[in-house]
Design a binder for this molecule. Structure first.
Ligand code: SF4
Length: 335
């Protein structure tokens, strides 16, 4: 259909929630004003890549006493007992089931094998090689993404990962959560920010891609604290970031605290303001994999609004459009 200039202007003025207005943001072909993961993957692969979660049975040093007991206060206690390392056939079955589910929605999707639960490099290198290396040869796997803690990576493991990165792209995902050490100590994180900063330096130049996770709304944090966390992300320059709202999970230590004496949590409106402020100071090319977590109603204590993921995402689009702003609008390399 032929579009007149008036059509285009009226489309530009249209509210982002009402249609697909092209935003002024360079890394977007929709109304998004931030660098979405799906856009980045489509640019690179020309199609959808589905992230298939795999549980290899790793545990976490912040649960078994190596670094701490009980885990981070916001972490669900599920699976904190003894776990068995899975590999071979078992992982393959998990993968095939996950890919089949994904292909119902996106028939031509390839996959990112995503080792998501707990700390997926928390084992001696020979075990990591036995469990993870076969995955690189699976035909439908385009990339391998490994979630872990910075204290579960060392020079030897990083060298091995950089070799695997030549076979297929490797991502390391780590939780920064907050740049404020007092918050991390209160959340029983078991490591401070400097360990993560040092790990990011070690990963630099290896070709391994990095994704940092941050959590907004942690108890006792001010707007300025959350902005400082975003500034640290901007300085560390991971390839991607995941922004989450704190979920108070019923079987977490924080859930117990909350039941005993509820503490203030961010409203959706406050969260949206903070996310937009953070997006404005992140580098425009940094991929934003998430701007809110997946709403899981089952064991969520609060806040209830987080189950409506789409509503939050639309509110961010709307707020950025109202501000006539976008990711990186206020980015300064030396902030
Ligand atoms: S959030 Fe991660 S690091 Fe913290 S206890 Fe849970 S699995 Fe371990």
């Amino acid at each position: 259909m032929h579009h007149t200039q008036t059509d285009e202007l009226s489309e530009k003025n249209r509210h982002p929630s009402e249609g697909h207005t092209l935003s002024p943001f360079p890394f977007s072909d929709t109304n998004k004003r931030y660098h979405t993961y799906s856009y980045a993957l489509k640019q690179q692969y020309g199609k959808k890549l589905a992230k298939i979660p795999l549980d290899a049975g790793f545990t976490c040093p912040n649960r078994d006493g190596t670094k701490g007991w009980g885990g981070c206060r916001f972490c669900s206690s599920q699976g904190s007992g003894d776990t068995i390392l899975h590999s071979g056939e078992d992982l393959r079955l998990q993968f095939e089931a996950g890919l089949e589910r994904a292909r119902k929605k996106w028939p031509d999707a390839s996959a990112i094998a995503y080792f998501q639960s707990y700390s997926n490099t928390y084992a001696p290198l020979p075990d990591l090689r036995r469990i993870l290396e076969p995955v690189f040869s699976w035909e439908d796997v385009a990339e391998v993404s490994i979630a872990t803690r910075p204290d579960c990576l060392d020079a030897e493991k990083i060298l091995w990962l950089s070799e695997m990165n030549r076979v297929k792209p490797v991502w390391i995902e780590m939780g920064l959560q907050s740049g404020r050490d007092a918050t991390m100590a209160a959340m029983n994180r078991g490591h401070n920010t400097s360990i993560l900063v040092a790990c990011m330096k070690q990963l630099q130049g290896t070709g391994i891609r990095t994704c940092l996770h941050i959590i907004n709304g942690l108890p006792g944090e001010s707007h300025e604290d959350m902005m400082e966390t975003a500034r640290l992300v901007a300085r560390l320059k991971p390839d991607a970031v995941k922004i989450h709202m704190l979920h108070v999970i019923s079987d977490s230590a924080l859930g117990q605290d909350y039941r005993q004496s509820p503490f203030p949590l961010l409203s959706m409106e406050e969260y949206v303001q903070i996310v937009c402020d953070q997006l404005e100071i992140l580098p425009p090319e940094m991929v934003v994999e998430r701007i809110t977590g997946d709403g899981v109603a089952d064991n969520l204590l609060a806040p209830e609004w987080t189950v409506k993921k789409r509503v939050t995402m639309n509110a961010v689009d709307r707020e950025l459009a109202c501000r006539d702003s976008w990711q990186g609008k206020r980015y300064k390399p030396e902030q």
